[in-house]
Design a protein around this ligand. Structure first.
Ligand code: SAM
Length: 273
C-alpha cells in the first residue's frame, strides 16, 4: 500500500468512480435513522438560499442537491465541481453546470459566487485549509460558506464490524484511507482561521436496523473507507462475510435492533472583508 497526498487523492478518486456505494449510504441514512436525517434539506433550510443566488457546490456527488434547487425554480447560477467524472456526468442536467475540478484549486475568478457549499466532502480533501481558502476566494463579499461534516465517531459499531471482518480474513488494506481528520470538532477552528467567524449546529442521531439486509449493505458500502476498494480482489469475499455476520447477529439477538450512534454538523461562515 502506498501512502501520501497523491495516494490519498487516488484512493478518493477510486472510491467515487462508481457512485452506487455513496447512494447506498445516502439512502441508508434517509431510511434507517432514529430521527429524520436529510442533510440536503437541512442545508437549504438553514441557509435560506435566495432563489437568485449564484451557488457553487464543491464535491457535488450525485448532484441531487443542485438538481432539487433547479427543479424548484432557482434562477441564479447553479454550479457543481467534483473530482469524480461520474459525479460530473450525473450532476450536469437542466440548468446545472458541472466541472471536473478539485476543491483545492477552483477554476473560478475571485468573487464569483454568493454561496459556496461543501457537503460531506472536506474529510476527503488532501489539504482542507487550502480548500477553505479557495472557497473564500471565489465568494463575493458578504457571501456564505457552509460545510457539513460527520462527527469524529460516527456509526462506530458498524465500522467495528467491517474492521473485524477484514482482520479475521487477514485481508490487507489495498488503498490509502480516503478519509482525513476533518470532523465536526476539527472543522470550526479551521473555518475561524480562514473567515474569522463560524456558526456550528450539530445534528446527533443514530442508525437503527431491525433486520440484517440494510445493515449488511451499509457495512459493505463502508469497506472502501477501511482501505478495501471495490476493485480489490478481496472485496466480494469480504462483502459475503459481512452479510453472514449481519445475519448471525440478528439470529443471535431475536427481537433486538442494531443501534449505532452517528451525527454531523453544519458549519457556516460569512466572508466579511
Ligand atoms: C461523501 S461524497 C458527498 C457527495 C455530496 N456532497 C453529498 O453530500 O451527497 C464526497 C464527494 O466529494 C468528492 N470529492 C472528494 N475529494 C474531492 C476534491 N478534492 N475536490 C472535489 N470533490 C471531491 C467525491 O468525488 C464525492 O463525490
Amino acid at each position: 500500500m502506498t501512502t501520501g497526498p497523491t495516494a490519498h487523492q487516488d484512493a478518493v478518486t477510486a472510491e467515487y468512480a462508481d457512485l452506487n456505494p455513496l447512494q447506498v449510504r445516502i439512502t441508508t441514512h434517509r431510511l434507517y435513522s432514529e430521527h429524520p436525517d436529510n442533510p440536503d434539506a437541512t442545508v437549504r433550510e438553514r441557509l435560506q438560499v435566495p432563489s437568485d443566488a449564484d451557488l457553487l457546490d464543491i464535491g457535488c456527488g450525485t448532484g441531487q442537491f443542485l438538481r432539487d434547487l433547479d427543479h424548484d425554480g432557482h434562477t441564479g447560477q447553479l454550479t457543481g465541481i467534483d473530482t469524480s467524472t461520474e459525479a460530473v456526468r450525473q450532476t450536469a442536467t437542466g440548468r446545472v453546470t458541472a466541472l471536473n475540478a478539485s476543491a483545492d484549486n477552483l477554476p473560478f475568478a475571485p468573487g464569483t459566487f454568493d454561496i459556496v457549499t461543501a457537503r460531506h466532502m472536506l474529510y476527503h480533501v488532501t489539504d482542507p485549509l487550502q480548500a477553505l481558502r479557495e472557497a473564500a476566494r471565489v465568494l463575493r463579499s458578504g457571501g456564505t460558506f457552509a460545510a457539513t461534516v460527520n462527527h469524529a465517531s460516527t456509526a462506530p459499531r458498524t465500522h467495528d464490524l467491517v474492521r473485524t471482518v477484514i482482520q479475521d480474513a487477514d485481508a490487507a488494506p489495498s488503498t490509502d484511507s480516503p478519509v482525513n481528520a476533518v470532523n465536526s470538532d476539527t472543522l470550526p477552528p479551521l473555518l475561524r482561521q480562514v473567515f474569522g467567524n463560524v456558526t456550528t449546529v450539530r445534528y446527533d442521531n443514530a442508525l437503527v436496523f431491525s433486520r440484517p439486509d440494510p445493515l449488511a449493505e451499509f457495512a459493505v458500502a463502508l469497506l472502501p473507507f477501511n482501505g478495501i476498494a471495490a476493485t480489490d480482489t478481496a472485496y466480494d469475499r469480504l462483502a459475503e462475510k459481512i452479510r453472514a455476520r449481519a445475519l448471525r447477529w440478528f439470529s443471535d439477538h431475536p427481537g433486538q435492533v442494531w443501534r449505532d450512534p452517528k451525527g454531523w454538523a453544519l458549519c457556516s461562515a460569512t466572508l466579511t472583508a
